[in-house]
Design a protein around this ligand. Structure first.
Ligand SMILES: Nc1ncnc2c1ncn2[C@@H]1O[C@H](COP(=O)(O)OP(=O)(O)OP(=O)(O)O)[C@@H](O)[C@H]1O
Length: 469
């Protein structure tokens, strides 16, 4: 077994540790051999506070939790849309967030991390000041549009005209957006809050059109994904350390999966991505996925996958479902073959049944088509027929952060590439925090893929039931 000194370890970037390591699983993967026990202590919570819920909090309301921090019109708006009782992550994180501490929000998919960080953002910003005071960085345009919509909805002040106080402005600075228009907006009157993808953001920062010297809160959503993306990681590190300093801002990281979280927290402090007193808000650490999910699998050979999916859809009759398909390989693109998503959509459409009305979301669609596809689903149209349900065929672009709470079924038409990917795909369902209604995650696998799924079961600690047709 190799042992590393603390300095050696600093040079091993967290980003190179890609496998999901659950702190409660007995590890068997060879990668663990490189994670020496004595040094684990040096990443441990001796420096980082990890929260646990100590008091019976069942009676605390979101209003009570936000009192004195968040403006009345924001609380009222939150209540109007049904955010009355805080979720566990909100209950645990908000006191730390309101105290100004840096936080890593680490809680299951669909647990309400977005509202937790947005309430803090809205408690800090001053809408009367014309300066960028909060920045929320997201990995995809889709997630950016969703976060912008929720922020605008919460921030809107209905008594703006009577009081003469303007509502805070929220700019979506997202890849594929109208950067020219945003440039003039930023120059004329900076918005209060910016929701951005890293590519568009860095363009504005490099050209000095956007400055972060007035930014008080920086949120990075899906932080593990951002650090693991070879395209985004260097920009992200520059954002955290060069474009602004952790000393002058509150930093909030959020994700349902933070592989090697002790190492990540150690890096946060060492690399000065956060301040040294960062709090790790880790909710449901023994159960990485929502308990309302029922996991299943069917085994068939590759040629039988289409009819197998159709049989599953006919048997399940899902209210609303997302079918995840792998991205087209570069080789297949070069050969001019049709993408697997399109082939599946064509197959479902030609089945002429209830599933002929199907939507598509993938990287290769243009941004307008992608937006239209999602808004169609949110509007209750698109796919599935009858009852306002939908059927969406998607690549992993829909696996992170996308909130379609009506989704009852997930189908892995192609097996996810790793356990983290499984967790996020599965997490597109079971997104109603106070409902324990069963939702289903079904993987269509070949015999050879059974051991891969088994590995996911071990890593994420769930049990998959086999279905027979
Ligand atoms: N306090 C609350 N009461 C009721 N519903 C809530 C509350 N907080 C959040 N929600 C709802 O729960 C759903 C999931 O919330 P959110 O998108 O913030 O989850 P998340 O933790 O960010 O998930 P992911 O890790 O998948 O991005 C949303 O539909 C949101 O409107």
């Amino acid at each position: 077994m190799a042992y590393f000194s603390a300095t050696q370890l600093q040079t091993l970037s967290w980003t190179s540790w890609t496998s999901w390591i659950n702190p409660n699983v007995a590890y068997r993967t060879p990668k663990l051999l490189f994670y020496p026990k004595p040094l684990r202590a040096s990443f441990s919570s001796s420096n980082v506070e990890t929260t646990t819920l100590t008091k019976d909090s069942s009676t605390t309301t979101l209003r009570e939790l936000c009192y004195g921090h968040v403006q009345e019109h924001v609380i009222r708006r939150a209540e109007e849309v049904g955010y009355v009782i805080p979720t566990e992550v909100q209950l645990q994180a908000l006191p730390f967030l309101f105290s100004g501490r840096d936080c890593v929000l680490h809680a299951q998919t669909g647990s309400g991390k977005t509202l937790a960080y947005l309430l803090q953002v809205l408690s800090v910003v001053d809408s009367q000041r014309s300066a960028v005071q909060a920045l929320i960085v997201v990995p995809t345009r889709e997630l950016g549009m969703q976060v912008t919509k929720v922020t605008r909805m919460l921030a809107a002040n209905p008594s703006e005209h009577e009081s003469g106080l303007k509502s805070c402005t929220v700019m979506a600075l997202l890849d594929g957006g109208m950067l020219k228009r945003h440039k003039s907006w930023l120059k004329a009157e900076p918005p209060t809050i910016v929701v951005a993808t890293i590519g568009s953001l860095c363009q504005m920062l490099e050209k000095h059109i956007l400055k972060l010297d007035t930014c008080q809160v920086l949120v990075v959503d899906e932080v593990d994904f951002m650090f693991n993306s070879s395209k985004e990681v260097s920009s992200l590190k520059r954002l955290l350390t060069s474009y602004s300093s952790s000393k002058n801002r509150q930093t909030i990281f959020a994700s349902a999966s933070i592989p090697q979280h002790r190492r990540f927290l150690y890096d946060c402090m060492q690399q000065k991505w956060t301040r040294a007193d960062v709090v790790h808000v880790h909710v449901n650490s023994v159960e990485p996925m929502p308990s309302c999910l029922h996991h299943r699998f069917v085994v068939c050979n590759r040629m039988e996958k289409n009819p197998m999916l159709l049989s599953l859809l006919q048997t399940d009759s899902p209210g609303s479902a997302i079918i995840f398909v792998s991205e087209q390989s570069g080789k297949s693109k070069k050969a001019g073959s049709a993408p697997p998503t399109t082939l599946l959509v064509d197959f479902l459409k030609s089945s002429r049944g209830r599933f002929s009305d199907v939507s598509l979301l993938e990287e290769d669609m243009n941004f307008n088509q992608r937006a239209a596809s999602l808004s169609e689903l949110r509007g209750g149209g698109g796919g599935g027929g009858g009852g306002g349900g939908y059927l969406l065929v998607a690549t992993d672009i829909a696996a992170r952060g996308v909130d379609l709470p009506e989704t009852t079924h997930i189908y892995n038409f192609d097996i996810p590439k790793d356990a983290v990917n499984y967790l996020h795909r599965a997490g597109r369902t079971g997104r109603k925090p106070f409902s324990d209604k069963k939702c289903f995650v079904t993987s269509i696998i070949t015999v050879e893929e059974r051991f891969v799924l088994q590995r996911f079961e071990n890593e994420l600690m769930f049990c998959c039931e086999q279905l027979f047709f």
